[in-house]
Design a protein around this ligand. Sequence first.
Ligand SMILES: CC(C)(COP(=O)(O)OP(=O)(O)OC[C@H]1O[C@@H](n2cnc3c(N)ncnc32)[C@H](O)[C@@H]1OP(=O)(O)O)[C@@H](O)C(=O)NCCC(=O)NCCS
Length: 171
Amino acid sequence: MNAPTAPLAPWHVTSLNPVEAPWPLLLSADPSREKVRGYLPGSTCFAARYRQAPRPGKLGDILGICVLVPLPGQSGTPRPWELMNIAVASHLHSHGIGGALLQHAIAWTREQKAPRLEVGTGSFGDQLVFYQRAGFRVTGIERDFFLKHYTTQLWEREVQHKDMLRLTLML
Ligand SMILES: CC(C)(COP(=O)(O)OP(=O)(O)OC[C@H]1O[C@@H](n2cnc3c(N)ncnc32)[C@H](O)[C@@H]1OP(=O)(O)O)[C@@H](O)C(=O)NCCC(=O)NCCS
C-alpha cells in the first residue's frame, strides 16, 4: 500500500514572465539549454504557484511551469500554438499540478482562437499517457529527432529516446 501523501498548500496557475522561469524546471523537461534559450524569449508562460508567501528553496513559490510558442499559420487566421515545455518539481509529481497547467494552456490557446495545440514528445513513457488523457492524438513522427537535435543522450527506463512523436489537440 502506498503511504498517504501530505496535502499540498493551496496553489493556483498564473501568468509567468519568461525570464522568471526556473532553469531546473525548464531543463527537467528539455535538457537542451540552447533550445530553451531559443524559444523562451518569445514565449507565453504560466506557472503553478503557492498562494501564500514564497517557500524557501530554489523554486520560490513556483511548483511547475509551462511554455507556449505560436507556430507559423495561414495569414489572416489565428496561429496554432506549440507547448514547448511543461515541468513540475519532481517531489510534487502526480498531485494534478501538471494536468492543471496543461488544462490552463489548452483553455488559454482556445481563448486565442487557435485551431490546434501541438506538442513534441518521446515515443514511449509516462508523458504519452499524460497528453493522451487530455485528448491529444498522435499526428506525426520524426525519426531520429533526439539523436539529431540533442548532444546529450536521453534515456528512460533503460531505453534511449530516438524518435519524437508529434501530438495534436484540435481546439
Ligand atoms: C509530465 C509532468 C509535467 C506531469 O506533471 P504531474 O504534476 O505529475 O501531472 P499530473 O499529476 O497531473 O498527472 C500525473 C500523470 O502524468 C503521467 N506522468 C507523466 N510523466 C510522469 C512522470 N515523470 N512521473 C510520474 N507520472 C508521470 C502519469 O500518467 C501520471 O499519472 P498517475 O499519477 O495516475 O500515475 C511531470 O511528470 C514532469 O515534470 N516530468 C518531467 C518533465 C517532463 O518530462 N515534461 C514533459 C516533457 S514532454
